[in-house]
Design a protein. Structure first.
Length: 213
């Protein structure tokens, strides 16, 4: 019940004692690197937890194409599995290279002007220009060309896992997951609403990038 959970969180945050979920008793079954009382990355925990759940559904880690197909049919992907679309459009010949891959969540960078989850999603799905030193080798032109690239959501899961990259290793507001290795933690508050409308990002997947060259 949400009321019971809120009460537990309130009690847990009122002193030095935290909340110890039952899964903590079996933490090493999720990943051997985890141990009780040791501080770890929350996003890594989620990924390892979902991978362990998939392994439990299949009885083994997926390794072959048939295993991967079976993985897509597990309850884990039924709940958390979406599809991420990448479209690269050649500005010389107009050829589009489109890939759609399964995803168990999104990792979003936090730039200097990013103040909300919607801002981060807008930046993640924004049209990117590939030119200068970052040219794209077109499959049709057979040479490096200027192009545009865009990510979008081809399918949204019932429960979307969003990871905010709060460590900046390059000074631009993005960066990796782990701190303490020369990275700067982005500690400002990132706003999010009780409900997140993903319609805009799904429409981008339907429209593609051809019209935005």
């Amino acid at each position: 019940e949400m009321g019971d959970m809120a009460a537990q969180l309130s009690r847990g945050g009122s002193g030095s004692d935290g909340i110890r979920p039952k899964v903590a008793r079996h933490i090493k079954a999720i990943n051997s690197r985890f141990s009780p009382g040791r501080q770890e990355d929350a996003h890594e925990f989620v990924i390892f937890f979902l991978e362990a759940a998939i392994k439990a559904c299949l009885g083994k880690p997926p390794s072959t194409k048939s295993d991967l197909k079976a993985e897509m049919a597990t309850p884990v992907h039924g709940i958390f599995g979406g599809k991420l679309k990448s479209c690269v459009s050649c500005r010389s010949c107009g050829h589009d290279s489109v890939t759609v891959d399964p995803a168990l969540g999104l990792s979003l960078e936090l730039h200097s002007g990013t103040d909300s989850v919607e801002d981060a999603l807008d930046e993640f799905t924004a049209l990117e220009q590939l030119d200068a030193q970052n040219q794209y080798k077109c499959e049709k032109c057979k040479r490096p060309v200027r192009a545009t690239k865009q990510f979008s959501l081809a399918a949204a899961p019932p429960a979307l896992v969003i990871h905010l990259k709060r460590f900046d290793f390059g000074g631009g507001g993005g960066g990796g997951m782990m701190g303490g290795r020369g990275g700067r933690k982005i500690s400002r508050h990132i706003k999010f609403r009780p409900q997140l409308n993903l319609g805009t990002y799904l429409r981008k997947a339907s429209a593609g990038t051809t019209a935005n060259r």
